[in-house]
Structure formats: structure tokens, C-alpha cells
Write a protein that binds this ligand. Structure first.
Ligand code: NAD
Ligand code: TDX
Length: 339
């Protein structure tokens, strides 16, 4: 069995590679990643000598290169994590989001079609459903909730999902799609709320809260996401969409206060800043389909997962100190300098 994992030097793809190498000693993993600012080979350092892992630096929009790679390697399965993933960056510059997230997905689909790949799995997001009101806790995203996107990021992910479905219906490419809620855990790039908060607290820097801090996200530990994707690869029905989430809704201010408390600090670093444009109010996944069809259940509670994640950032300073020493500084001043 050979699996192409695109975006495997990023947060979730990297965790997925660790998960798969541990669980399947007979599976070959080929990581395809162009190493953008969000891709870090240090995420794969502890498995770099594993003979089941191969790394190839390639852009998924490079049609010729991708086709040559499929010709040479003939993967059984492709799991597409590669994407521009940060909403704030998509508001600053949508172009690269459309290129990587839509056109890159198309290149992979064309290659799967040509080389008869047994499965193409698209890693999508709950953001394709838009948002839910804060005062209707009874409403949750189901797989048939209409797509209604808010940011250039979510619009690009939704476009990719539509293409994936079209390639299944028109060309018979054997696809599955999963739409997951907000992930957290080891190796997450510190532009995202949880690692940014941990690292800023450790540095004694302000903790920027967009708007009122009441926006709600549905948090899932990345290991539970990886287990769900593995299940879908093994038991998912071709052409289907599966929502992944663990009923772990928290407002942003609650999340930040929890991290402050675990690190034993005071709340004086909390700083309310101007809101994100088009800021989605609330995400909440109904995971009944994957639970009922495949018996998936999250195993890590938010309380346990956030403790473990903070401990990981404390124990792995080298990983993130290297990351925040480069382009991140320019990004940070641009995004937060005058906010
Ligand atoms: P990330 O930004 O940490 O990693 C993305 C990876 O893709 C990086 O290694 C980057 O180098 C690589 N990449 C980007 N453009 C590429 C290109 N053109 N060619 C090859 N590689 C490229 O992202 P993440 O948080 O790990 O998200 C992974 C996937 O999961 C994305 O598709 C995202 O939309 C989806 N998702 C993320 C979350 C979340 O909470 N982080 C939740 C739901 C879905
Ligand atoms: O500094 C911040 N202050 C703040 O209040 C940051 C970075 C974020 N926020 C808020 C915005 C969101 O309401 O925290 C919430 C979480 O923000 P992000 O970590 O940027 O995640 P989000 O925008 O919810 O998107 C994430 O989940 C869905 C991932 O980045 C996407 O790739 C995924 O599809």
C-alpha cells in the first residue's frame, strides 16, 4: 500500500504521517509538500529515518511534476491536506488560496483520474458551511447543510469540494471528502489561536482577541481527526462527505482564559483588537454520520487535550522558536502591529 500525503509537512498532515507510520508498518507514505511558510521538515524529524517515509518537495499546482510522480510511484491512495489554511492571510491576499486550494486540487484529481488511483480523499473544513448564530445552540452543521462561505479561504475550500464531487460524478474518480472542525495539538503553526496564545503568554506579549471574543469554535484534538480520516479511508463510501467534530464548543475568550489558567498567569495580557473582516460567529459539527456508520468517537476531551498541547509547546521550544524567528515576525507586525 502506498499513500501520497500532500501537505504532510504542515500541522494536520504531519500529525497524520506520524499516526499512519505508527499504525501501519507495511504502508509506504510519500509526503508531497512545497514547504511554504507553513511547512516545516522539523515536524517530520523524528520519522525522517523511517524507511516507509519518503519526502518530495513539490507544488501540487505543478501539473507536469505531479503527473511524473504519479507515473513513477503509482500511489494507491491520495490524501490531500495541502492548502493555504489561514483565514486572516486569505483576507490579505486571496490569490494563492485560489491557486493552491482549487487548482492544486484539480491537478491531483486529474492525476488520480489518469493513473486510476483507488481513492482520492479531500481534507475539507466545516468553514464551507459558513457560520451559525450564537443564540441557537440547537443548530449544527450536517453534511447536507448548504454551502455558504464567508472568507476567500472558505470559498476556495468549498470550490475544491465541488470539483472533487464533480470529478466523481463525471469521471468516476473514487473520492471521499471530510469536513472537520478546528484542530489543535502538536506542530500547529503559531499564527492560529491556540499556539499563538501559548507562545505569547510565554513571551509576556499581548493576547489579541478579535472583536468581543464571543465567537465560538468546535475544537477537536488532531489525533482524533487523524483517526477519523483513517477510518474513512478504510470504511468510507465512495462519493460521500463525512463531518468530523466532537461537540467541544468554546468561545475564543474561554479558550484563551483556559490557557492562561493552565500556565498559571493573570489575565492582564488579554487585549481586545479590531475584529476579523467577515468573522464567522459559530461553528458546530454534527458528527452523527461518521459515528453511526463507522463507530468513530473522539477520545480526547478538550480539558485533557489542551493540557497535553500546552505541555508539548513547553517541551518543544526549539520547534517553534525556529519558526517564529523568520517570516513570522514580519507577518506578526503586519497583522497585529496597528490592529
Ligand atoms: P497548514 O497550513 O499547517 O499546512 C499546510 C501544508 O500544505 C504546509 O506544509 C504547506 O507547505 C503545504 N502546502 C501549501 N501549499 C502547497 C502547495 N501548493 N503544494 C504543496 N504543498 C503545499 O494547514 P493545516 O492546519 O495542517 O491544514 C491541513 C488541511 O486541513 C487544509 O486543507 C485545511 O484546509 C484543512 N483543515 C484544517 C483545520 C484546522 O483547524 N487547522 C480544520 C479543518 C480543515
Ligand atoms: O489572534 C487571534 N485572535 C483571535 O481572536 C487569532 C489568530 C484568532 N482569533 C479568533 C478568530 C477565530 O474566531 O480565534 C478563532 C480561531 O481562529 P484561527 O485559529 O485563525 O482559526 P479559524 O479561523 O477558526 O480557522 C481554523 O479552523 C478551520 C483553521 O485555521 C482553518 O484552516 C480550518 O478550516
Amino acid at each position: 500500500m502506498k499513500i501520497f500525503v500532500t501537505g504532510g509537512a504542515g500541522f494536520i498532515g504531519g500529525n497524520f504521517i506520524h499516526f499512519m507510520l505508527t499504525k501501519y508498518p507495511d504502508t509506504k507514505i510519500v509526503c508531497l509538500d512545497s514547504l511554504t511558510y507553513a511547512g516545516n521538515l522539523s515536524t517530520l524529524k523524528s520519522v525522517e529515518t523511517n524507511t516507509n517515509l519518503q519526502f518530495i518537495k513539490i507544488d501540487i499546482t505543478d501539473r507536469k511534476g505531479i503527473f511524473s510522480l504519479f507515473e513513477a510511484e503509482k500511489p494507491n491512495v491520495v490524501v490531500n491536506f495541502a492548502a493555504e489554511s489561514h483565514v486572516d492571510r486569505s483576507i490579505e491576499n486571496p490569490d494563492i488560496f485560489l491557486k493552491t486550494n482549487i487548482l492544486g486540487t484539480q491537478v491531483l484529481l486529474d492525476a488520480c483520474r489518469k493513473y486510476g488511483t483507488e481513492r482520492f480523499h479531500q481534507i475539507s473544513t466545516d468553514e464551507v458551511y459558513g457560520d451559525l448564530p450564537l443564540d441557537r445552540p440547537d443548530l449544527l452543521f450536517k453534511e447536507d447543510t448548504p454551502i455558504q462561505t464567508s472568507s476567500p479561504y472558505s470559498a476556495s475550500k468549498a470550490s475544491a469540494d465541488l470539483l472533487v464531487q464533480a470529478y466523481h460524478r463525471t469521471f468516476g474518480v473514487p473520492v471521499t471528502i471530510s469536513r472537520c472542525s478546528n484542530n489543535y495539538g502538536p506542530y500547529q503553526f503559531p499564527e492560529k489561536l491556540i499556539p499563538l496564545t501559548i507562545i505569547n503568554i510565554l513571551a509576556g506579549k499581548p493576547l489579541p482577541i478579535y472583536g468581543t471574543g464571543q465567537n465560538v469554535r468546535d475544537w477537536l484534538h488532531v489525533d482524533d481527526h487523524c483517526a477519523a480520516v483513517d477510518l474513512i479511508l478504510n470504511k468510507g463510501n465512495i462519493g460521500e462527505i463525512y463531518n468530523i467534530g466532537g461537540h467541544n464548543e468554546r468561545s475564543n475568550i474561554e479558550v484563551v482564559k483556559t490557557i492562561i489558567e493552565i500556565l498559571g498567569k493573570g489575565q492582564e495580557l488579554i487585549t481586545y483588537v479590531s475584529d476579523r473582516k467577515g468573522h464567522d460567529l459559530r461553528y458546530a459539527i454534527n458528527p452523527a454520520k461518521i459515528q453511526n456508520d463507522m463507530g468513530w468517537k473522539p477520545t480526547t476531551s478538550f480539558e485533557e487535550g489542551i493540557e497535553k498541547t500546552i505541555a508539548w509547546y513547553l517541551d518543544n521550544r526549539k520547534w517553534w522558536e525556529e519558526i517564529i524567528s523568520g517570516e513570522y515576525q514580519t507577518y506578526y507586525s503586519k497583522m497585529y502591529g496597528k490592529r
